[in-house]
Ligand binder design. Structure first.
Ligand SMILES: Nc1ncnc2c1ncn2[C@@H]1O[C@H](COP(=O)(O)OP(=O)(O)OP(=O)(O)O)[C@@H](O)[C@H]1O
Length: 432
């Protein structure tokens, strides 16, 4: 396939109204290929998108968006609808968050662009992935990893508190995801049970990056009140400015309390009353919560952010010691398919080589990749690549739910062992 024709086909996918004026080029492209060999899946799809009546109708009716076949609605937010969809080439399930741009004020637009730029830079088993962004004059489509297991809030509200075992497994994964985000300079600022989703295989995903913020350093001072009042740290109510990481840590303490007791530590029927509760800092931990878990919660819910337990300290705490926590992180450059073309083939990882072979099978060539460079997630090539890469990683067990390895015989010694394996050590926090 000549490079310029490929370019035309792929550029077409990101136009809202499918320009049929380009169909002569598609026709030419189809004729060239059909006479010589079988069209690749990509060629077949792009030709259908230009010529096949059914496909064109689906595109016009919104039953197809770019390379995705849209199915039923799975949720809705204040400004969005979320629908289930399938990638027409890879057949993978995805969630499409659809936003009506005309309803977004300046503030929401700013939040959305932060959500996109922060999400597209992250790749971790416990952070919901953004595969692709498609923009039309009126709409924005965020193509997200599908998390079919529901959210933690609904789970607890319908099934009750989690067992100590499930709390450990869930919290360890949230901790792993947040640590990865903080290590990559991103603060979530809206952690709550509603934003913790489960994938179909019970792997935990931190979602909703609308309030997230990229910081220049861990001590950068922030001044926007974000988040949900029951999860908001006292300094958010008290001070005009705050430091990012401890605010996420506090919300994790509220989350942990909610998981193990089924209730929120600071609850009231008005924001003013919640504020009072949080500033008073008093909460009642039921005595049946295990002592190591109580110590962790008390270490996190410290009114003074500088005294609050740090993430590394949580990783080494007694309550989590029996959990095998892995930190499957990906260098962020692996999110860009351009690496497949520009890197020395010997430098490509096994995952990258596998993803590259899968791309080739679909008919996506180096030329396609080069023609889409610089578009980050706003490219159908990046979308396919990220989906394939994620699939390869999952097949390698990257998303295995952590297991509880057994009884901890000597918490003090094992805790030190856990600390030794950490790259960043923090100042000591007394868990009283
Ligand atoms: N990737 C996903 N996989 C499965 N379901 C999802 C996914 N993303 C969102 N949902 C579902 O869709 C609902 C709406 O999500 P969305 O992010 O649009 O809004 P929200 O976070 O609930 O509200 P807000 O408008 O305050 O951001 C969620 O509550 C969740 O149930």
């Amino acid at each position: 396939m000549p490079a310029n024709n490929n370019q035309v086909s792929l550029r077409l996918q990101h136009h809202s109204l499918w320009s049929l004026t380009d169909s002569s080029e598609c026709e030419q492209e189809r004729e060239d290929n059909v006479t010589t060999r079988c069209p690749t899946p990509l060629e077949k799809l792009t030709t259908d998108m230009c010529q096949d009546e059914k496909t064109i109708k689906e595109l016009t009716m919104g039953r197809r968006v770019g390379f995705y076949k849209v199915r039923g609605q799975i949720g809705c937010g204040n400004f969005s609808k979320v629908k289930l969809a399938f990638h027409a080439l890879t057949k993978d399930k995805v969630a499409i968050k659809i936003l009506d741009k005309t309803r977004l004020d300046l503030q929401s637009q700013r939040m959305l662009s932060r959500e996109i730029s922060n999400m597209e830079s992250l790749s971790h088993a416990n952070v919901l992935r953004l595969y692709e962004v498609i923009e039309t004059p009126c709409r924005l489509y965020l193509i997200l990893e599908y998390a079919g297991g529901g959210d933690l809030h609904t789970k607890i509200c319908t099934e009750g508190k989690l067992s100590d075992h499930d709390s450990k497994i869930t919290f360890a994964q949230i901790l792993s995801g947040i640590k990865y985000m903080h290590d990559n300079s991103i603060i979530h600022r809206d952690l709550k049970a509603e934003n913790i989703l489960y994938s179909c295989n019970a792997c935990v995903k931190v979602a909703d990056f609308g309030f997230s913020k990229r910081v220049r350093n861990r001590n950068e001072v922030l001044d926007t009140f974000c988040g949900s009042p029951p999860y908001a740290a006292p300094e958010l109510f008290r001070d005009e400015s705050y430091i990012g990481p401890p605010v996420d840590v506090w919300a994790m303490g509220v989350l942990l309390f909610f998981m193990v007791t089924g209730t929120l530590p600071f609850r009231a029927d008005t924001v003013a009353k919640i504020r009072r509760c949080v500033l008073d800092g008093t909460y009642i931990l039921p005595t049946w919560v295990s002592a190591p878990c109580q110590r962790l919660i008390r270490g996190i819910l410290k009114p003074d952010p500088s005294e609050r337990c740090a993430l590394d300290q949580m990783l080494g705490c007694e309550w989590l010691l029996p959990v095998d926590i892995t930190h499957p992180t990906q260098p962020t450059n692996k999110l860009d398919p351009l690496r497949l073309v520009l890197a020395d083939p010997g430098d490509l990882s096994r995952d990258e080589q596998e993803a590259r072979a899968a791309l080739e099978e679909l008919g996506i060539t180096d030329e396609h990749i080069l023609n889409n460079q610089g578009k980050k997630s706003r490219s159908p090539v990046t979308g396919v690549y990220r989906i394939l890469m994620h699939r390869v990683q999952k097949s390698r067990g990257v998303e295995c739910v952590p297991s509880i390895s057994g009884v901890v015989k000597d918490p003090k010694r094992d805790s030190l062992r856990a600390y030794r394996s950490l790259r960043h050590t923090s100042k000591l926090c007394i868990l009283s």
